[in-house]
Design a protein around this ligand. Structure first.
Ligand SMILES: Cc1cc2nc3c(=O)[nH]c(=O)nc-3n(C[C@H](O)[C@H](O)[C@H](O)COP(=O)(O)O)c2cc1C
Length: 178
């Protein structure tokens, strides 16, 4: 990677934050398709790509989803993307059976959040929702799990990025051994 591209990625990483207040401005189906066309390039274990993106844009379905995560700010988003993992196709590590579905979904979710930031859109990971209720609303078969809901839209206050509260690198990095 060229140094200037690296700076671009660093700036993008700094710019992305959890948006918890969305403007009324709509997000088009074309924008969502453009985003997801990039997100599908994310890596996955054994390239299984065990993901489905359920895009909720209609008022009726959005209102039902509000019942899965009852925070007022959540209701302000114009679109929700429910990122579902397919446990029937996700890779299980032969040595211990570990299902890599969550890892794959986490990777594509963060690709989505970064790509959306690049498009000027705000997002927030939401995992603290009622997954059973969500699966019922979306008529998911048993092997498909709703893992993350990403509200997406224009941030109401997009003029500044909140300061990152992160552990210092010195606390995280260890060379050679734990
Ligand atoms: C796996 C995961 C689950 C999360 N679930 C929620 C959630 O349910 N509700 C919420 O408001 N934020 C949720 N977040 C957002 C985090 O609180 C947020 O990323 C973290 O505080 C760092 O802030 P930043 O995203 O603004 O940099 C989640 C983030 C991750 C990665």
């Amino acid at each position: 990677m060229q140094p200037d591209n690296y700076e671009h990625f660093k700036t993008l990483s700094e710019k992305r934050y959890s948006v918890r207040d969305y403007a009324d401005t709509p997000v088009s189906k074309q924008q969502i398709e453009k985003l997801l066309d990039t997100v599908r390039l994310a890596p996955s274990a054994v390239n299984r790509q065990p993901w489905t993106f359920i895009v909720a844009t209609e008022q009726k379905i959005k209102e039902q989803l509000h019942g899965c995560y009852s925070r007022e700010w959540f209701q302000s988003a114009p679109v929700y993307i429910v990122i579902c993992g397919d446990h029937s196709t996700s890779w299980k590590r032969p040595s211990d059976g570990k299902d890599h579905c969550d890892i794959d979904i986490a990777i594509c979710t963060e690709h989505l959040c970064l790509a959306a930031t690049e498009m000027g859109l705000g997002t927030c990971w939401v995992c603290n929702f009622d997954a059973r209720k969500c699966a019922d609303i979306l008529s998911l078969p048993d092997h498909i799990e709703p893992i993350v809901i990403v509200p997406i839209g224009y941030a109401k206050e997009c003029s500044h990025t909140p300061e990152k509260n992160r552990k210092p690198l010195t606390e995280l990095i260890r060379w050679e051994k734990y």
